[in-house]
Design a binder for this molecule. Structure first.
Ligand SMILES: Nc1ncnc2c1ncn2[C@@H]1O[C@H](COP(=O)(O)OP(=O)(O)OP(=O)(O)O)[C@@H](O)[C@H]1O
Ligand SMILES: O=P(O)(O)OC[C@@]1(O)O[C@H](CO)[C@@H](O)[C@@H]1O
Length: 305
């Protein structure tokens, strides 16, 4: 089974308007209320690609109920730990520029963390655990290290998509896959990454330190993949960008769905990049037919030093 975990879920209140003026009253033409948070997006795309998963994490209040109902309507199993706080609403403004306003994560009590840890300890060999999204500073990083250790002990593949100091700490647990974007990879090495050659240079250091698959996503520029025996670059397909929220999560889902089917990292990389772009080209997350239609437009090359 694949388990996704979103410590800080959200409702993504996604608004479309021609122009946005800070400090003025703006009126949107269209609005959408999607369940969000990176692990939840991964579960939603996996479901669209024909893979079951169980979405874990913390949810509470009327927004938490909305998220659970929405996922249940999409036939996605959930096993959230209930909090007594209202799950955040993240505001996404799609106008002449894209702006985002994300709320803070919840405060989680010790007993609630313990509940999640016990769930992870019960995973079986060959299961997958995708920990994705921001990890509140109020939760000690030792907790996430315990989750990673439980995965290692039970033969569970650990996939990590987070940022900031949490990424710095957890990269040392040598996940099966990490997928930072170029800014997150830059933060990890206290530098700025501005092209694929630089991304490859730093991703190689992570693989040398024991990570199995490092994908660095670079928005409209595509992505790179480094493993022990592959160094690949991908140019993403061209298209009309509508909403890039969740594009990175779609890349992760596409990679995992394909990798589980064929155990072929290069093919999975192509599928992941196509999934990311398919999401960027529509309001909601991609569907399987959108991904299949873009596959041949992803240009994969071996990286030449
Ligand atoms: N403008 C774009 N045109 C085509 N493809 C895109 C575009 N933006 C994103 N993508 C696709 O989606 C993938 C992931 O995008 P990106 O690097 O923006 O992820 P991210 O920063 O993790 O996003 P998020 O956190 O919103 O999920 C890219 O590798 C690419 O395949
Ligand atoms: O605040 P975080 O946890 O870093 O990111 C949360 C978020 O921006 O990421 C997802 C897209 O990847 C959205 O669904 C969600 O609103």
């Amino acid at each position: 089974m694949i388990y996704t975990c979103t410590i800080t879920p959200s409702i993504d209140y996604t608004t479309y308007l021609p122009t946005f003026k800070a400090g003025a009253l703006n009126r949107a033409d269209e609005v959408y209320y999607y369940p969000g948070g990176k692990g939840i997006n991964v579960s939603r795309v996996l479901q669209r690609l024909g893979r079951d998963s169980i979405a874990l994490g913390f949810a509470g209040g009327f927004t938490g109920d909305y998220i659970k109902q929405f996922l249940s309507d999409e036939s996605i199993q959930t096993d959230f730990t209930e909090t007594n706080q209202v799950t955040r609403i993240n505001v996404k403004v799609k106008a002449d520029t894209e702006s985002e306003l994300n709320g803070p994560g919840p405060t989680i009590e010790g007993a609630q963390l313990e509940e999640l840890l016990q769930k992870v300890k019960n995973f079986k060999q060959g299961d997958w655990f995708v920990l994705a999204g921001s990890l509140p500073e109020s939760i000690p990083s030792s907790f996430f290290e315990e989750l990673a250790a439980a995965c290692r002990e039970n033969g569970v593949h650990f996939v990590l998509d987070t940022s900031g100091s949490a990424l710095k700490q957890l990269v040392q647990t040598k996940p099966f896959l990490i997928k930072p974007n170029e800014h997150e990879l830059g933060e990890l090495f206290d530098t700025t990454i501005s092209n694929k050659a630089e991304a490859v240079y730093y991703a190689k250091q992570l693989v040398a330190a024991g990570l199995e698959h490092v994908i660095v996503s670079m928005g409209g520029e595509g992505a790179i993949l480094v493993t022990n025996n592959l160094v690949l670059t991908a140019e993403s397909p061209k298209g009309t960008v509508v909403n890039t929220v969740g594009a990175g999560d779609s890349l992760v889902s596409g990679f995992l769905a394909s990798y589980m089917a064929n155990k072929d990292a290069a093919a999975a990389f192509r599928y992941g990049v196509a999934s990311g772009s398919a999401t960027a080209f529509q309001t909601d997350l991609c569907k399987e037919t959108d991904v299949e239609a873009l596959l041949s437009n992803v240009l994969i090359k071996n990286f030449d030093e």
